[in-house]
Ligand binder design. Structure first.
Ligand SMILES: Cc1cc2nc3c(=O)[nH]c(=O)nc-3n(C[C@H](O)[C@H](O)[C@H](O)COP(=O)(O)OP(=O)(O)OC[C@H]3O[C@@H](n4cnc5c(N)ncnc54)[C@H](O)[C@@H]3O)c2cc1C
Length: 102
């Protein structure tokens, strides 16, 4: 077996301070990172994508104003913050939390 690439991975419990700034909307691990034992990371990211995509489509088609996009942060960030709280935590040396996500 040949190893083609390696990288480091660090366990975190973080939520971005804002999910939207102007025309930029964060989703998935770019928006939040959880300890993996809860199984929330991918699920939450897919829900983020579903939330922002139908809103972007509605605005693009002229069926809603751009103000609708402001609901993305309001709806999704509380979910991410709640999942940081309920994610099962490993022993503290494994969890490198560099800043308070809440
Ligand atoms: C051990 C472990 C177990 C897990 N188990 C679960 C589970 O059971 N259930 C669950 O829901 N989640 C689980 N997760 C979490 C899940 O894997 C992540 O939340 C999910 O993969 C995040 O998807 P993402 O697309 O947001 O980010 P990523 O999967 O990190 O995708 C980002 C992509 O962007 C690419 N990229 C980065 N920089 C650039 C650049 N500058 N230009 C172009 N491309 C770039 C990267 O190469 C990568 O392909 C687990 C995670 C770990 C580590």
């Amino acid at each position: 077996m040949q190893v083609l690439a390696t990288s480091t991975w660090q366990m975190n419990a973080l939520v971005a301070q804002r999910l939207s700034v102007g025309r930029v909307h964060l989703a998935g691990d770019a928006a939040h990172q959880f300890p993996p034992a809860g199984g929330f990371g991918m699920n939450t990211g897919i829900q983020d994508a579903h939330n922002i995509c139908w809103k972007l489509a509605a605005v693009h088609r002229g069926e809603a104003s751009a103000a609708l996009l402001r609901s993305y942060d309001a709806e999704r960030r509380p979910v991410a913050k709640a999942r940081v709280k309920i994610s099962p935590r490993p022993p503290t040396p494994l969890l490198q939390t560099h800043r308070n996500p809440l």
